[in-house]
Write a protein that binds this ligand. Structure first.
Ligand code: CTP
Length: 403
């Protein structure tokens, strides 16, 4: 059976989550309710216990002084497929965004690796406050689904956004996040490269590019969430290793090539999101070069094209390349797809502000071996990653059927 952990925050809308528990059960979920201490001020745990037929969790440590109670948050994190919080108060959003773990719900959240759906509800000014906006941005970038509050008259008398979304809408968002993707990449090993590479010029200087690695990391998290085994080969980035993903850190294009070739045999899907340097200084001195008054010319050699090399020996594997273009997006992407023997090219226009390199959002065109081109509108990178895997799932079926 599909199981959902339903977190209830302490807001006036807490009473509506009793209806949500019922709506989720009608959609075939078993529901484990977790109430924050503040939620218990608004509603009795007994209401949910009677509805769901399960004991409600409302505190971190129960009266029983045993190990089972001390690690219950881990058990609940492992047993549930989806975590939905309704109402998600400003406090719950802040705790989740920053990883504070001072009660059962926020501690369980940190131990949880499944889908997260958040339905905020609060006063309009609290919703519009820069702190809340920033927390929402962080949570969206993490791939969580936010079911936006609706406009209307609020309990405090104010009119504006802040009212909990309709219960049916929240329940549908939960049901949608369950299927059909929960484990559709189970059994696959996905090899992903991410970030820039750094090519030394001497002992202290190097050339690199603006890639942040965020797109590749979002793909790694999405692949792991969909049941795949993931090997992530990352250039120098400022991102934490994703949970449950084997992350290998490299610096140069040559090191990245070596790591990719070492792990190629075990991979069934390869996604080359890294912005690999096209040139390097093969004779970079081991010491720091002294400056002189004269003009300096550097001689650079081309790096090996890892994607093209993998394309030549890919066999039955699915190969996804990336293209960063400033014009002729579709034509350039199709040319790369053919030249490098890829099954899909994820193409983005790097000349647009706010998307692509070094940003939290992306807007891409998926150019497929089947001849289709699928635009993915601007969205947080994790959402874009989800769309890429949805299309890969379709492509996998199409290529399988064509064999
Ligand atoms: N790539 C690679 N090894 C390289 C250079 C690029 O594996 N030495 C991969 C990237 O990871 C990406 C794809 O090739 O998936 C596209 O890279 P891009 O630099 O856009 O393409 P190029 O082949 O360099 O073409 P051009 O410079 O003509 O746009």
């Amino acid at each position: 059976m599909n199981t959902v952990a339903l977190g209830v925050g302490g807001g006036i809308a807490a009473y509506k989550s009793a209806e949500l528990a019922r709506a989720l059960m009608e959609r075939g979920f078993a529901v484990q309710v977790i109430m924050t201490r503040a939620a218990c001020e608004f509603l009795q745990p007994l209401t949910f216990a009677a509805l769901t037929g399960r004991k409600v969790i409302s505190q971190m440590f129960s009266a029983e002084d045993n190990l089972a109670s001390a690690i219950e948050h881990i058990r609940v994190a492992q047993e549930n497929e989806i975590l939905v919080v309704a109402p998600a108060t400003a406090d719950v959003l802040a705790k989740f965004a920053h990883g504070n773990a001072d009660d059962f719900l926020s501690t369980m959240y940190l131990a949880f690796t499944g889908r997260v759906v958040l339905a905020p509800a609060m006063n309009t000014n609290m919703w519009n406050h820069p702190a809340t906006r920033e927390n929402i941005r962080i949570l969206e970038a993490r791939g969580h689904e936010i079911v936006e509050p609706e406009e209307g008259e609020l309990a405090c008398g104010m009119v504006g956004p802040g009212r909990l979304a309709r219960i049916e809408k929240i329940a549908d968002a939960v049901a949608k996040s369950r299927s059909p993707r929960s484990a559709d990449f189970e059994g696959e090993t996905v090899l992903i490269t991410a970030g820039p590479t750094q090519e030394p010029l001497d002992a202290v200087r190097y050339i690199t590019n603006r890639s942040s690695g965020k797109m590749g990391y979002a793909l790694a998290e999405e692949a792991a969430a969909r049941g795949a085994r993931v090997v992530l080969i990352a250039g120098p980035v400022h991102l934490a290793d994703p949970a449950g993903v084997r992350t290998i850190h490299v610096r140069t294009a040559l090191e990245m090539r070596k790591a990719v070739l070492e792990h190629l045999a075990e991979a069934s899907i390869i996604m080359k999101a890294a912005a690999v340097a096209d040139y390097y200084r093969s004779n970079a001195p081991r010491l720091k070069e002294k400056k002189t008054a004269a003009r300096l010319s550097l001689e650079l050699d081309p790096t090996p094209d890892i994607l093209a090399e993998v394309g030549r020996q890919k066999g039955d594997r699915l190969l996804v390349g990336f293209a960063a273009e400033t014009d002729h997006l579709s034509e350039e992407a199709r040319r790369k797809l053919e030249n490098k023997n890829c099954d899909m090219i994820v193409a983005n226009l790097v000349s647009q502000e706010g998307i692509g390199f070094d940003s939290d959002e992306n807007e891409v065109l998926l150019v497929m071996r089947t001849g289709e081109s699928i635009p993915v509108e601007r969205a947080p990178k994790r959402e874009v990653a989800r769309r890429i895997f949805d299309e890969m799932s379709r492509l996998r079926l199409a290529l399988h059927a064509a064999k």
